[in-house]
Design a protein around this ligand. Structure first.
Ligand SMILES: [Zn+2]
Length: 327
């Protein structure tokens, strides 16, 4: 599969953040107050106690926490300890679902200015101008405005648009800002895996023509098989809620209902522990995700991506991938 070989030679293996090098591809477990079981602060404390090295939090959830001061204080402590790399989302996802119309860019920038994260996504517009150049211009303005409030965190632009105009919008954004990373919601990439893989592959092909490497982050990607396939298609970074909404079958890399962990007979340290059901399941999931990303990283280091596909996917599906990646 020619694309995999070409892209293996081109892709960056690390993303620089807080003087560290984050090995790629990377999955950030997300914390959100929407469609999850515990409070964002509880999830934050669990991730810290499990020594998760990187995760995503929402600015909205920090501002709307029962005790925002305590949350911010612990995030400051995390920074002071040179602890986990924290990626912060604008909170538009939560404010939309919770229907909090008071959440705006000013509120987001106020949390950003608290110096609680290393990376942050810009305050994004879900319904941008249809013209890709005007769309990119608005994203540049939003990113710049937020970046001006803080110099210890990098603000990453997000592009929402129709997939048919994605390359134009991202290239226009790059021409205006020379952005190191661009972020795109997974759901705009198309219907079904094949379409989504094709869209990312086409974008990666276009970005690989540029002089500097542009990292791609996909928002809302946390299914293990999607992480594998979209990484190979050229995405570098991901975030998703699956780690706290479902339980992963470590033998098949498929997801079950959160309350079905007993169906999975693995002997990871968490399943063997005396922790309560929730902690055991979250630990089991995080353990899997960290190993899973290591496995993908290692396959890339050894040029063995095809072996990974054969190991985890049906041969007929691999033939479909060949049609995209042989070109
Ligand atoms: Zn387990």
């Amino acid at each position: 599969m020619r694309f995999l070989v070409d892209n293996n030679n081109k892709r960056s293996r690390y993303f620089p953040v807080r003087g560290k090098a984050l090995k790629l591809p990377v999955y950030f477990p997300s914390i959100s107050s929407v469609k999850t079981g515990l409070s964002p602060f509880s999830y934050f404390r669990i991730l810290k106690s499990l020594n998760q090295p990187h995760f995503l939090i929402s600015a909205f959830d920090i501002a709307r926490a029962r005790n925002p001061f305590e949350f911010i204080q612990e995030l400051h402590q995390n920074q002071a300890d040179d602890g986990a790399i924290v990626l912060m989302d604008s909170g538009n996802y939560e404010s939309y679902w919770i229907r909090d119309k008071s959440w705006d860019m000013k509120a987001f920038n106020a949390v950003l200015a608290e110096n609680v994260c290393d990376l942050a996504f810009c305050y994004d517009n879900q319904f941008p101008d249809k013209d890709p150049i005007k769309n990119a211009e608005a994203v540049v303005l939003s990113t710049r405005e937020s970046q001006s409030t803080i110099n210890t965190a990098s603000v990453i632009p997000i592009i929402h648009c129709d997939k048919s105009r994605l390359n134009e919008a991202v290239l226009s954004l790059h021409a205006q800002t020379n952005a190191l990373m661009v972020s795109i919601p997974e759901r705009i990439l198309g219907d079904g895996l094949i379409e989504r893989i094709t869209t990312v592959t086409n974008l990666r092909r276009a970005l690989n023509q540029l002089d500097n490497y542009v990292y791609i982050h996909l928002l809302g990607t946390g299914n293990p098989l999607s992480l594998l396939l979209l990484s190979l298609a050229g995405a570098d970074s991901f975030d998703g809620l699956e780690w706290c909404q479902t339980v992963v079958n470590t033998q098949t890399a498929t997801l079950y209902h959160f309350q079905q962990r007993e169906l999975i007979l693995d002997d990871c340290n968490f399943c063997k522990s005396d922790l309560d059901y929730t902690l055991k399941t979250l630990g089991h999931n995080l353990n899997f995700y960290n190993h899973w990303m290591n496995k993908i990283q290692s396959a890339m280091d050894h040029g063995a991506e095809k072996d990974l596909l054969k190991e985890w996917l049906d041969p007929k599906f691999v033939m479909e991938l060949q049609k995209i990646w042989d070109q």
